[in-house]
Design a protein around this ligand. Structure first.
Ligand SMILES: *Cc1c(COP(=O)(O)O)cnc(C)c1O
Length: 354
């Protein structure tokens, strides 16, 4: 167990909390007063500290700048009706950070260290957790190699950090997506299952091309045949065809989303038919044409449930049902929000009180 005594706390004397307007939170621009850092040196995590949020200094030969030896996580803290701060499934993020890290030769970060760091940081910055419906404090833990070395080899030294920023409701409008059949995000044996920085940099160019054609995001397909649906850039994707909830199985090319897992768990509890299996693009397009495709949505921490309004495939655009009339999407969003904000009993033990 990591002793909280080992986290040195240097609190700010110039809080920026007055800059936070809960009615108008710009995404990813306003960071909370403090940040957590720990360094991995001589084979040990050490120098655990919370300091005022500030720039950090690194060598121009920093290995991560050149080779993207970095992994990250994303989770959220909410306020429950009693005004207490609760975090959704943080232990799952701690585990996944290590799954991602192993692929990038990043040493294991003990889950207790992750939890202690998170708890102390969010306690200190608890005034930054907004309370309006749809708002949350987004939490970004990340680890990166810190060696000053431009040779290509695993880093010996690393830094673990946590920064946080308040966020408003993520997507208000339905998302229009293009099914990508030329570029790939991930491939068998690659890093698609890891939240590794390079995956996201590499996804920008295909997404930009789609944006020029009027789409918000992509749905990626398998890199070998481009015939099977994988996921969206930062969300897993789900479909309701007839009365069945469908999503692609997790694999080496698909991120094992915590929201995905939560939605599947609740849907099964509700007695819904759920299938985790390969889904062909053809099947989805045919379902869109014959009217059996009832709902399509992305699932992820940032957006929770992002209704997909239109799907572009080849030269056609398929308009889907009115998001305001989607029974399952609306019901599951409410259930997840209620659990995450402590409005209903958390029978799964998913929330963690700070
Ligand atoms: C983070 C992420 C998701 C969603 O994961 P959650 O744990 O639900 O936030 C899905 N796909 C990709 C590629 C991601 O990076």
């Amino acid at each position: 167990m990591i002793d909280t005594q080992t986290i040195r706390i240097e609190a700010t004397e110039n809080s920026r909390i007055s800059e936070l307007d809960e009615n108008n939170i710009p995404f990813g621009k306003l960071y909370s007063d403090h940040m957590f850092t720990a360094d991995y040196i001589d084979g040990e995590w050490q120098d655990l500290k919370i300091t005022p949020y500030q720039n950090i200094s690194i060598s121009p030969a920093n290995t991560t700048l050149h080779y993207a030896i970095t992994v990250f996580e994303g989770l959220k803290a909410y306020r429950n009706p009693e005004g207490e701060v609760i975090i959704f499934r943080p232990q799952a993020n701690a585990k996944r950070l290590n799954v991602s890290g192993e692929r990038m030769c990043i040493p294991e970060l003990p889950e207790e260290l992750f939890m202690e760091a998170l708890t102390e940081l969010i306690k200190l910055d608890s005034s930054w957790v907004p309370s309006k419906p749809g708002t949350a404090l987004y939490i970004r833990p990340f680890i990166f190699g810190t060696d000053e070395y431009i040779g290509i080899r695993p880093s010996d030294n690393f830094r673990f950090m946590i920064i946080t920023c308040p966020v408003g409701a993520y997507y208000t409008q339905p998302v229009n997506v293009k099914i990508e059949t030329e570029f790939s995000r991930a491939f068998e044996g690659g890093t698609g299952f890891a939240k590794a920085g390079g995956n996201y940099g590499a996804s920008l160019y295909p997404a930009k091309l789609a944006q020029e054609k009027g789409f918000h995001q992509l749905i990626w397909t398998d890199s070998k045949t481009h015939e099977y649906i994988e996921e969206s850039g930062t969300m897993n994707v789900m479909f309701i065809v007839g009365d069945t909830l469908l999503t692609a199985p997790t694999s080496g090319t698909i991120l094992d989303g915590i929201t995905r897992n939560s939605v599947l768990t609740i849907a099964r509890d509700w007695g819904m038919k759920v299938e985790e299996r390969r889904i062909s693009v053809k099947e989805i397009i045919e379902a869109a044409k014959d009217g059996s495709l009832k709902e399509v949505f992305g699932v992820g921490t940032a957006a929770t449930i992002a209704p997909i309004g239109k799907i572009g495939f080849q030269d056609e655009v398929y308009e889907l049902s009115d998001p305001a009339e989607r029974e399952f999407s609306i019901k599951i969003l409410k259930e997840l929000n209620d659990i995450r904000t402590g409005a209903v009993e958390d029978k799964y033990g998913w929330t963690y009180k700070v």
